[in-house]
Write a new protein. Structure first.
Length: 323
């Protein structure tokens, strides 16, 4: 199916533009920043990309807390590289939001003022070094399930950013799993530490896929627009199916007595998720929400002089070059 050619000489006709937009989506082609797009599509994308960018930046905090306490130089180097990657992911994503006309500083203000959200998972504290491993294995694992289909998202800059992000996420997951395998081969105390971290992170990681499909009002629209490729419940199931065999190899127990393989469907069945907990954490009442936002606020305020200085330098540099 190919899009009908637009008559460039004619005044813009919204219905013709919409037809071309719909045809581009239906053909599986990308929408690019120069293309006309419905306002709802632009707004939905800005909201989703901003929320994603904020998650990458806030997500640096729980693991960043362990940078000075990493148990060896090797672990410190790995963790430092991982946390820096997350900063990079945030930057690609803010840049993708800018192609839609959003302003990066404005998005940060909205995050700090609680007008835009970030992933609920980063509102849980990291209590031991095993949490670093479990975040890599489960949280980055869930992020991979969510993000691989976004490499085929209908908006070009978002889809392209996701390709590199996903490559880095797979390194993140492997470093976490390798850390956990090492700890599981260690002392009984280390094994108990891993099990405790798995007990605390398993259910919140299932919540990362968002509310169930019958309580996710915007999902259908996002799927019709090709922004989203699979429903929340489909992705959650994929994540459970992927994680259970990995838990077995690791030798940990996932904290769900209802978890069982269903030979008929070929999927693992799992217990009921506490959606009230997700609502509580998303609405700002998780264990670390206030701390995460306070730290992001002081990073913005304390480092404002760097942006001012860099901007003044860039202006001066452009003026000198123009002489
Ligand atoms: Fe990331
Ligand atoms: Fe990551």
């Amino acid at each position: 199916m190919s899009a009908p050619p637009l008559d460039r000489a004619a005044p813009p006709d919204e219905s013709a533009l919409l037809r071309q937009f719909d045809a581009t989506i239906a053909a599986g082609h990308r929408i690019e920043p120069r293309d006309w797009m419905p306002e709802g599509y632009r707004k939905t994308l800005i909201r989703q990309i901003a929320q994603h960018a904020h998650s990458e930046i806030i997500g640096m905090q729980p693991e960043g807390d362990w940078l000075l306490a990493a148990p060896s130089l090797r672990r410190k180097a790995i963790l430092l590289a991982k946390v820096q990657d997350e900063a990079g992911h945030g930057m690609y994503l803010y840049a993708a939001a800018e192609t839609l006309g959003a302003d990066r500083a404005d998005l940060t203000d909205k995050l700090i003022e609680g007008r835009q959200k970030y992933s609920s998972i980063f509102n849980y504290p990291t209590l031991t070094y095993a949490d670093v491993g479990v975040i890599g294995w489960l949280v980055d694992g869930a992020a991979i399930c969510n993000q691989v289909p976004l490499c085929r998202s209908s908006y070009g800059p978002y889809a392209r950013a996701m390709i590199r992000v996903c490559k880095e996420e797979s390194f993140h997951q492997r470093q976490g799993y390798e850390l956990l395998l090492t700890m599981m081969r260690g002392t009984p105390e280390q094994r108990a530490m891993v099990q405790d971290a798995v007990d605390r992170w398993w259910w919140p990681s299932l919540m990362m896929f968002g509310p169930p499909d019958d309580d996710s009002p915007n999902s259908a629209r996002s799927m019709a627009w090709g922004i989203k490729r699979h429903s929340n419940d489909e992705l959650r199931q994929r994540y459970v199916d992927m994680s259970v065999p990995q838990a077995e190899i690791l030798g940990v127990t996932l904290p769900d007595p209802d978890l069982a393989y269903d030979a008929e469907t070929g999927h693992y069945r799992f217990g009921a998720i506490d959606w009230d907990e997700l609502k509580r954490v998303i609405s700002g009442n998780g264990p670390a929400n206030a701390e995460r936002i306070a730290r992001r606020r002081s990073a913005r305020d304390d480092n404002a002089w760097v942006i001012e200085a860099a901007t003044a330098y860039a202006v001066k540099h452009t003026e000198v070059a123009a002489r």
